[in-house]
Ligand binder design. Sequence first.
Ligand SMILES: Cc1ncc(COP(=O)(O)O)c(C=O)c1O
Length: 387
Amino acid sequence: MLEEAIRMKGMTSAIFSQVDELRKQADAIGKDVITLSIGSPDLAPAPHIIAALKEGIENTNNYGYTLSKGVSAFLEAVAAWYDRKFGVILDPETEVHSLMGSQDGLAHIALCLVNPGDVVLVPDPGYPIFSAGPLAANAELYRMPLIAANNYLPDLDAIPLDVLRRAKIMILNYPNNPLAAIAPSEFFQKVIDFAKRHHILVCHDFAYSELVFDDYRPDSILSFPGAKDVAIEFHSLSKTYSMAGCRAGFVVGNAKAIELLGRIKSNFDYGIFYPVQMAAIAALRGPDDCVRQTAALYQRRRDIIVDGLMAAGWKVPRPKASMYIWAPVPTKQLSFDFVVDLVNEAGVAVIPGVGFGACGEGYVRFALVQPEERLRLAVERITKWLG
Ligand SMILES: Cc1ncc(COP(=O)(O)O)c(C=O)c1O
């Protein structure tokens, strides 16, 4: 009989699977469920991205291993993109590394820095890999509560000193999944000073940097003085360019951390399929209107859900970024029980907030991954159901 390793105990996708199971059961009895649970984009990449991928695939020289670092043209395209978007100058040789999606880097970074007894500071609620990666490295987790009263920012001063003495990494993510929260500029400067004082590497997940609304522009943590001494930033092409299955991402910033992650990756994998790198280069170097259109589309979806729920008497915040709505449970139920009823009775599937950590209890997350007419139908069903 196989017995799972101890590290597996903390790695569970139970709530996500349970919601999917509910949806499947409803499907099986012929009930239509509008799925707003998993955050997988339903959009296609722009034609120039697909054209680059096609061209790459047709060249039979492109089927060998690539180095995990990424080809020079990719690393240079990332550096140029960072300069254009955030005014941050990067050395493509030492401060940029390719990833098979940002998940790849987030999963492995703790392995580079954590020894037994070391701590990783993670947001609660948080995107699951923030905890699963460090757990795979046998790290101890310290969960930083992100609550509405603190604008969903961690209270750095509340982290105990004995934890800080053992902390090696802090993981942050703004614009945030699942909270759809954003961080003000002064927060990042505070984080950098804090990380310097306590010798912590800040890992900022910036996957939603481009899914921003109402003229809001987020800051790269690397645009603040001293950031490269203590921070790296993870990026994804999955959401910005709707390439989620076409795995491409990158990490930038502190050269030592990039070198360590690169060393782990060069042992673990052989890099991104070259045609995918060509598609990523086309995306990063290409015209920006596809990105603006994607953001505008998510903004319209946001407004359909927010306006609709507000009209139904369900008070939800209108986020400035991301592809999620973080909504307080409008009944007295626990978030999971509420979701069971929402799926079975209203035919709408969302994720219970507790699936992202204990501090997510009391909330649910809507992912804006259905076309506008389906979202309108979801609002209609919820309005009728809430009565
Ligand atoms: C906050 C956050 N980080 C990382 C990822 C993973 O993205 P990628 O497809 O680049 O691995 C996601 C995907 O949903 C996410 O929401």
